[in-house]
Write a protein that binds this ligand. Sequence first.
Ligand SMILES: *[C@@H]1O[C@H](CO)[C@@H](O)[C@H](O)[C@H]1NC(C)=O
Ligand SMILES: *[C@@H]1O[C@H](CO)[C@@H](O)[C@H](O)[C@H]1NC(C)=O
Length: 359
Amino acid sequence: MLRLLLGISVICSALLWAEAHNEHGEPAHCESLPDATIQADYMPGSITLDGHPEDWSNVDGFSFSLLPALDPDEENQYPGGRITVKALHDGSDVFFLLQVNGKYAYVNGDHSRCPSVALMFQVGEHATYHNMGACKESVKTCNKTTCRGHEVDIMHFAIGTAVPGRLYGGNTIDNTDGNGGDRFGHLVDLYSWNPHCRYLDGKGPSGNDSSAQNDWKGAWWHDSLNIHSGFVEEDSPYASADQNGAYYFEFSRPLRTMDHLQQDVQFVIGQSSKMAVAFWYPVDNRPWSGSQHYSAHCDWIPLDISLGSTNVHRGSSSSWDAANAFSLLLSVVAFCMSVFVGYWVRKSKSVPFTPIDHL
Ligand SMILES: *[C@@H]1O[C@H](CO)[C@@H](O)[C@H](O)[C@H]1NC(C)=O
Ligand SMILES: *[C@@H]1O[C@H](CO)[C@@H](O)[C@H](O)[C@H]1NC(C)=O
């Protein structure tokens, strides 16, 4: 029964999102943001994937105003303010933190009465931000051949069934099924060619390929939640409604995945990828409908996966300096000791030699 309900809620949220993008016509006017870049520096061992933002305090992010995705009009921007996006990598995984102010809203099992976020990445070289890849085919004719080159990779986290601070996403049960689903927390790994042709990784119009995986993991948190030993579902709604604070959504994914279907973006250290950030919120306690999602920008945002060299050099040169200073200190000590030993030997020479057998 629970599974059925979860399944229905998953399908509903998918339909709602599809509906949002149904209404995309021609690209709306988009003010370019020349400075907008999400910089993922090499900072190994600094992030715990728990939804808590404290471990990100040394990482610079980029703040975006959240305008309606369909009609990026300043007047209708998200009333809670801007969204800050931070990223870093550890040489093997890439990590993201999304931070956005919003009064606490949570209804267990009802995604559209909770906030929700999605990340979208360009995979195919012709895939545009607008229309989620913008393959011109209809839902009846789109497939991996007719829409080749228009693939986008999507991660969508709808938190209505996710306990705050707990980890969701790729899990052994769904990954054994060989698709991008997440039956526990609805942190799913999708791909699309356009808003009508959007599938879980491994599923598609020309059949299912059971080699796919959900490669994402993530957790969420809100400032009004009190940290204690850990929430369980029975604690829902976890905090009282309408308290001020920020929501945090934290994610990780391997830089490279085992995808061979052109359904995952593959990151390269030292290169730039293109991404987008979407946000849903039940403004004024109204459940969000498909036409009400916000976007951090009205076009792709560059995501730079930095070479480790800058940090490594800095790190290694400072440790080299420390080693130098230490060896200098040692040599000074050694020099002083040799002077002292020389002095002591000289001094002890004045002591008359006493043959040992006379004792
Ligand atoms: C893709 O769709 C086209 C046109 O509908 C069809 O001819 C082709 O066989 C399909 N390819 C696959 C792999 O399903
Ligand atoms: C693929 O999976 C979906 C959902 O599990 C199912 O409805 C569909 O029948 C499957 N398609 C094929 C060709 O096996």
